[in-house]
Design a binder for this molecule. Structure first.
Ligand SMILES: *[C@@H]1O[C@H](CO)[C@@H](O)[C@H](O)[C@H]1NC(C)=O
Ligand SMILES: *[C@@H]1O[C@H](CO)[C@@H](O)[C@H](O)[C@H]1NC(C)=O
Ligand SMILES: *[C@@H]1O[C@H](CO)[C@@H](O)[C@H](O)[C@H]1NC(C)=O
Ligand SMILES: *[C@@H]1O[C@H](CO)[C@@H](O)[C@H](O)[C@H]1NC(C)=O
Ligand SMILES: *[C@@H]1O[C@H](CO)[C@@H](O)[C@H](O)[C@H]1NC(C)=O
Length: 272
């Protein structure tokens, strides 16, 4: 059975190619202090690795964790009502303040007031009322290239309108928005992973020494150690039983059973 599983896994990797990581580990999976402290969102307290509280986050970390937001005083706090926040750039209500909509006009102080959103149908909105609305937590409305209102998925760079492409940390190249690729990275130091925008999944990369050294998509984690495993994967892989494995969704740590292999297969098939 074990060989069959390995065979299937190798087979899957060959079809799939790159290792893609969707989920961040729960901090409790990092059992070594130095590893734990190397992950932005984790803290080591009483010999345990725990999720950091918002008030322990610095400015940069804070805004990129959905559940935390910078308040007016510049302190990081648990995201509260959208109406408590004002931003310089409208889309920051969505990106940085935990899925908030935004008013269409600046206020007297020159900021956009964030507001909670009522679910809308993007396709039915007039152009003037389109942007900074949501269909649901994953889908927002923006004007497309023909200036009509269209819905977009927050987890993917592919085809995003160019005026939000950079803001969601996607690649704007030849008037096309797409995710950065490993091959876009040109230095060995930076060759760790690329992310499909601010919220999307991570693709792991690997430096390939060749006549022309380059950054390519990673297909296995064998060369990771207990020290590099989580660090090089933004905390989406962890060291378990002497190997570097991907974090389970919502921390259901059942990854060695054949049931999870079946689930994994189903998961993979969805994305083929
Ligand atoms: C845009 O929204 C405002 C306020 O809800 C509404 O009065 C207006 O008619 C809308 N514009 C169009 C063209 O539908
Ligand atoms: C823009 O959005 C409208 C409405 O959703 C859609 O019908 C149209 O095909 C889109 N245009 C482009 C260029 O995608
Ligand atoms: C990593 O593994 C080495 C060798 O097994 C061990 O000596 C070291 O303490 C480990 N380091 C951490 C941070 O887990
Ligand atoms: C760790 O891996 C070894 C060798 O693959 C296996 O025999 C052992 O059962 C595993 N231990 C756990 C706790 O999964
Ligand atoms: C494995 O999954 C079962 C059922 O989903 C759950 O009850 C159990 O707690 C899980 N085991 C671990 C170690 O998380």
């Amino acid at each position: 059975m074990k060989y069959l599983i390995s065979f299937i896994q190798i087979f899957i990797f060959n079809i799939l190619g790159a290792l893609i990581a969707k989920y961040q580990c729960d901090c409790s999976l990092f059992v070594e202090e130095s590893i734990c402290l190397g992950i932005d969102t984790c803290n080591w307290i009483n010999e345990l690795c725990v999720n950091k509280d918002c008030f322990d986050m610095d400015e940069n970390e804070c805004d990129l964790i959905g559940k935390c937001s910078l308040n007016q005083e510049g302190n990081c706090e648990s995201s509260s009502f959208c109406t408590n926040y004002q931003v310089k750039d409208q889309i920051d209500c969505m990106i940085k303040k935990g899925n908030c909509g935004a008013e269409n006009q600046k206020n007297a102080a020159g900021f956009y007031q964030c507001k909670s959103y009522n679910s809308v149908d993007c396709n039915s909105l007039a152009a003037e009322n389109c942007t900074n609305n949501y269909e649901d937590r994953e889908t927002f409305c923006w004007l497309n290239s023909t200036k009509q209102c269209q819905s977009y998925n927050i987890n993917s760079c592919e085809g995003l309108p160019l005026d939000v492409c950079d803001k969601l940390e996607c690649k704007n190249s030849n008037s096309q928005c797409s995710a950065f690729l490993c091959s876009d990275i040109t230095s060995q130091d930076q060759c760790t992973y690329v992310q499909d925008g601010t919220w999307g999944s991570l693709t792991l990369c690997q430096w390939k020494e060749d006549q022309t050294p380059k950054c390519i998509e990673r297909t296995e984690t064998k060369d990771f150690t207990n020290i590099t495993c989580s660090k090089m994967t933004d905390g989406r892989y962890y060291w378990k039983n002497e190997s570097c494995v991907s974090c389970p969704k919502n921390y259901e740590d059942n990854s060695s059973s054949s049931l999870s292999l079946i689930l994994y297969l189903i998961y993979v098939l969805q994305y083929l």
